[in-house]
Write a protein that binds this ligand. Sequence first.
Ligand code: HEC
Ligand code: HEC
Length: 409
Amino acid sequence: MTLSGQRVRLWFGRGILAAGGIVVVGLISAALAGAQAPAQQAPLLSEQVFKNIQVLKGIPVDDFLQTMGIMAAALQFDCSDCHVGAGTEKVDWPADTPRKRMARIMVTMVGNINRTNFGGRQMVTCWTCHRNRDKPLTTPIFDTIYGMPPYEPDDVIAQSPAAPSADSILDKYIQAVGGAQRLAGLTSFVGKGTSVGFGGFGGGGDVEIVAKAPDKRATIILFKAETGRGDQIRTYDGRSGWVRTPLNVLGEFQLMGGDLDGARFDAQLSFPGQIKQILTNLKSGPPTSITDLPGPSSQTSVQKDVTLGQTHVVEVVQGTGPRGLLVTLYFDRQSGLLLRELRYGGSPIGRVPTQIDYADYRDVNGIKLPFRITYAWLDGRDSIVLNEIRTNVPIDEAKFAKPAPLKPR
Ligand code: HEC
Ligand code: HEC
């Protein structure tokens, strides 16, 4: 199985490009295979799969790995900053290091702060203090007092009196993509294209996105064997979801935690006609502007008409999705189209953000669909450029199910 523990920090444009990041590690996959057999649907918990869990017990493994992602992101660390040999074949995840021990103390500290001062609400997280540093700042800095403030939106937004109503923003979106009637007739689609690498990593895969109304979706990225990179597959069949990714300790696992709710929401959002049914508790925040994430460094296989790094004035809608999933949507004020989805899963130490950017909308049989999708999570980023989408075509149900067993490479 192809696995990598190295956190790939390509999108920061600094830090480590996991050149040797893809390694074969049998340890964890073996532990997982053993633990998975008896209970099919019960969440696989961190302490059942891993060997040395002391504070992050009782959470599904996908949430556990997201928790690792939060720690790494907050301190601007790679996995290897806390784990011996991460990113190499000699990785020893269970082994304790001084930083790992410190991180445990911090997990307990954060829990205590929130319990004793904020009624258990997760108001203080690793990010609150660390903000990309191993040792937090203690004193105000003049550059940040008098300089340009960075864009730092709140997770939870309040209804803004100045904003158009959430309902009217969603109506405009439905209209912009083709209108309720046409959307009601959209029952499935198949998109084909390529993945675009970041920092020369992860590009050149063959991509297939398949979706079936109301709530099935799969993204399949197949890499040619010689790249040495394992295939990347995300599926959601209306109830269960699976991920196989080479950039993950587990290699392949069933979604159980916040990732499952996110996968469900993404599948549902593939059919925008139902957006008002899938989101409740709608609010609209003050209009703002967002800038596309910096684009991929190599664009050899990308259409030239894609504009990157552009800034858009947007309307902001927040709502609640499956099982309380917090979702913020950004719609282009001019075109009404959805440009960004930011959703937050849970973890014991704070919210876990996932951001999906949609661009290059094109008309397919009267419906506007995004041909460029950039999927960013705490441990990596995928960008997909489609060159063809066909709508209302039959799709083999197996595409949405658990990925077929890995073939040894
Ligand atoms: C800031 C330090 C820190 C960073 C960065 C970090 N971890 Fe951890 N990791 C920990 C701590 C602490 C534990 C133990 C948690 C506990 O005791 O409940 C742990 C445990 C683990 C385990 C379980 C090992 C076992 O069998 O007991 C795995 C797997 C793991 N981390 C993977 C990762 C991955 C992958 C990354 C990079 C995305 C990462 N970690 C980044 C601190 C860190
Ligand atoms: C209330 C502020 C605060 C919060 C919240 C916080 N930390 Fe810290 N953390 C600190 C301070 C201050 C230090 C530096 C201590 C020192 O230098 O002696 C530190 C140091 C660390 C270190 C050691 C870094 C190094 O290389 O020396 C790790 C690892 C760490 N924190 C992880 C975390 C994690 C993980 C979280 C979230 C679960 C977290 N911290 C939340 C204040 C905080």
